[in-house]
Design a binder for this molecule. Structure first.
Ligand SMILES: *[C@@H]1O[C@H](CO)[C@@H](O)[C@H](O)[C@H]1NC(C)=O
Ligand SMILES: *[C@@H]1O[C@H](CO)[C@@H](O)[C@H](O)[C@H]1NC(C)=O
Ligand SMILES: *[C@@H]1O[C@H](CO)[C@@H](O)[C@H](O)[C@H]1NC(C)=O
Ligand SMILES: *[C@@H]1O[C@H](CO)[C@@H](O)[C@H](O)[C@H]1NC(C)=O
Ligand SMILES: *[C@@H]1O[C@H](CO)[C@@H](O)[C@H](O)[C@H]1NC(C)=O
Ligand SMILES: *[C@@H]1O[C@H](CO)[C@@H](O)[C@H](O)[C@H]1NC(C)=O
Ligand SMILES: *[C@@H]1O[C@H](CO)[C@@H](O)[C@H](O)[C@H]1NC(C)=O
Ligand SMILES: *[C@@H]1O[C@H](CO)[C@@H](O)[C@H](O)[C@H]1NC(C)=O
Ligand SMILES: *[C@@H]1O[C@H](CO)[C@@H](O)[C@H](O)[C@H]1NC(C)=O
Ligand SMILES: *[C@@H]1O[C@H](CO)[C@@H](O)[C@H](O)[C@H]1NC(C)=O
Length: 417
């Protein structure tokens, strides 16, 4: 692969960021009498969306240096699984339960517990509950007798009835079922850390975002199901985010452009009678759309867009929201469609570009989009072929008439001879 100067600059920046991030890794060790069974060095950012009186709020909480091994940790003798429980703050915790088949070990259950009573961490929370969210798809697995290493950021989405969360890990080294008390020098490297040429070459928010990818984002298909298992919100779209933030590596304000990669994006949401929400999470980026239905006019619109991003190059995480939007309007039971590019201005520091958009947040029937109501840009672009077509038809008609007249004249000419 050819390396260009910008590539060098980027890898230097990535190395620098990796180094800065390294400082934040917190170490944990689980012992069983004389032997160590789990060791972990972790950097984690928790992004948590919780209910407030007004709606929802999203906070990004890094794992603090004061985090410690909790009582729930054990080496798991007598048939139990080894587990690491990390406690932090006012009763919050992160749990990793391991399992192994003798060749590979993995995190079989990843859980987080949040104490919503902690109003320093969760300002204005309308719930005071202690909530636990769990998943069995953490993506963390390694060969036995090796250390799992992942410097890149990988995020795991966890959803519950009240709280949505994504847990972004970066700069991790960990090992369970340890043969000795030191981390093995052999490493199982996560896919995201493999050389860039073998992985998606597109920019990722975990490194410095490219100033302006001209690439069109891939089309993603997202949906939300309600409690009885029926699809209640559907969306098909390509998304490009434009975020203004202060860059650590360049020491100045930048406009970061990021294409959402559907195959790395997890989605969730909720549907109620007059509001519906879609939450998309890719690594350290969390985007949520809230639609409102006006039950008098039977029309809906996109009223709220929320973005939280904690890209490594950001000096402070970005969290922006606008709840007075009036985009993507259509009638209940219909879908809103805009094949043309469309820019949704959200705030001075954030706008969202949509490509090939079709969305239906209410009245979805049988997993299919309802009748499409098209945006003005699409109607305008339809008009051009119609005008051109009409002009061509007119031209053909004129030529035909001219020909017929000409033929009649020459016919008349023969008769006079
Ligand atoms: C721990 O080490 C001590 C001293 O080396 C030894 O007497 C004891 O049996 C060990 N315990 C276990 C469970 O291996
Ligand atoms: C909504 O949020 C704003 C700003 O946080 C606050 O001033 C207002 O009191 C809230 N309204 C309600 C009904 O909680
Ligand atoms: C939850 O947070 C509240 C407020 O900070 C605190 O009083 C309480 O002890 C915490 N609960 C647990 C289980 O730590
Ligand atoms: C995963 O761990 C959490 C917290 O310990 C627990 O509540 C949940 O039941 C576990 N899930 C599975 C499938 O074991
Ligand atoms: C792992 O290491 C231990 C101790 O060195 C050894 O007994 C065991 O066979 C190894 N397991 C594998 C799968 O290599
Ligand atoms: C994600 O999609 C991109 C572009 O289509 C592709 O290059 C990449 O290999 C995909 N990654 C994964 C993990 O599937
Ligand atoms: C599922 O729930 C929605 C509202 O929550 C309701 O409108 C719909 O009829 C239900 N569908 C089935 C099959 O029960
Ligand atoms: C960033 O820029 C400011 C002003 O331009 C300067 O004072 C500061 O030293 C710079 N910081 C770094 C780390 O370069
Ligand atoms: C519904 O639309 C009507 C007419 O535009 C408006 O007067 C009313 O305030 C809207 N209702 C809600 C709940 O937004
Ligand atoms: C929210 O969006 C509206 C409509 O686009 C705009 O007028 C308003 O200035 C935005 N609010 C903020 C805080 O940018």
């Amino acid at each position: 692969m050819r390396q260009n100067p910008r590539g060098h600059a980027l890898s230097a920046a990535a190395a620098l960021l990796g180094f800065l991030a390294m400082a934040h890794a917190v170490s944990f060790e689980v012992n069983d009498q004389n032997s160590t069974c789990i060791k972990a060095e972790l950097s984690v950012n928790f992004s948590i969306t919780y209910p407030t009186a007004n709606g929802t709020n999203t906070v990004i909480v890094p794992l603090p240096d004061s985090a410690a091994v909790g009582n729930g940790s054990s080496c798991g003798n007598s048939g139990l699984s080894p587990q690491l429980q990390v406690s932090f703050g006012e009763g919050h915790s992160l749990g990793l339960v391991f399992s192994s088949d003798g060749h590979i070990y993995q995190v079989a259950n990843l859980s987080v517990t949040y104490n919503l009573s902690d109003n320093q961490t969760f300002p204005q929370s309308s719930s005071k509950d202690i909530l636990t969210l769990a998943t069995n798809t953490s993506g963390i697995s390694a060969q036995i007798n090796t250390t799992y290493r992942c410097l890149s950021s990988t995020s795991v989405h966890l959803g519950g009835p009240k709280v949505q969360s994504s847990v972004a890990f970066f700069n991790i080294r960990l090992e369970a079922y340890m043969p000795s008390s030191n981390l093995s020098t052999n490493e199982s490297v996560c896919p995201a850390d493999l050389p860039v040429s073998t992985i998606a070459p597109t920019q990722s928010p975990t490194t410095t975002p490219a100033p302006s990818p001209s690439q069109i984002p891939d089309q993603g298909y997202y949906n939300v199901t309600n409690l009885n298992g029926t699809v209640c919100l559907m969306a098909s779209m390509g998304l490009q985010l434009s975020v203004t933030y202060f860059s650590k590596s360049q020491n100045k304000t930048l406009q970061g452009i990021m294409n959402l990669q559907p195959n790395r994006t997890s989605f969730s949401g909720s549907c109620e009678s007059t509001t519906a929400t879609l939450v998309l999470t890719e690594d350290l980026t969390n985007l949520s759309f809230t639609f409102e239905l006006n039950s008098t006019t039977h029309r809906y619109h996109l009223s709220v867009l929320n973005l939280s991003a904690s890209w490594l190059d950001m000096t402070v995480p970005v969290a922006v929201s606008n709840s007075t939007l009036n985009y993507l309007q259509a009638t209940n039971g219909s879908s809103y469609m805009c094949k043309s590019e469309q820019i949704l201005y959200v705030t001075n520091s954030f706008s969202l570009k949509t490509f090939g958009l079709q969305v239906q947040p209410f009245g979805v029937n049988g997993n299919k989009f309802g009748k499409a109501e098209e945006c003005q840009q699409d109607k305008d672009s339809m008009l051009i072929p119609i005008i051109v077509g009409a002009a061509l038809a007119g031209l053909v008609l004129i030529v035909l008439i001219a020909y017929l007249i000409g033929r009649k004249r020459s016919h008349a000419g023969y008769q006079t001879i």
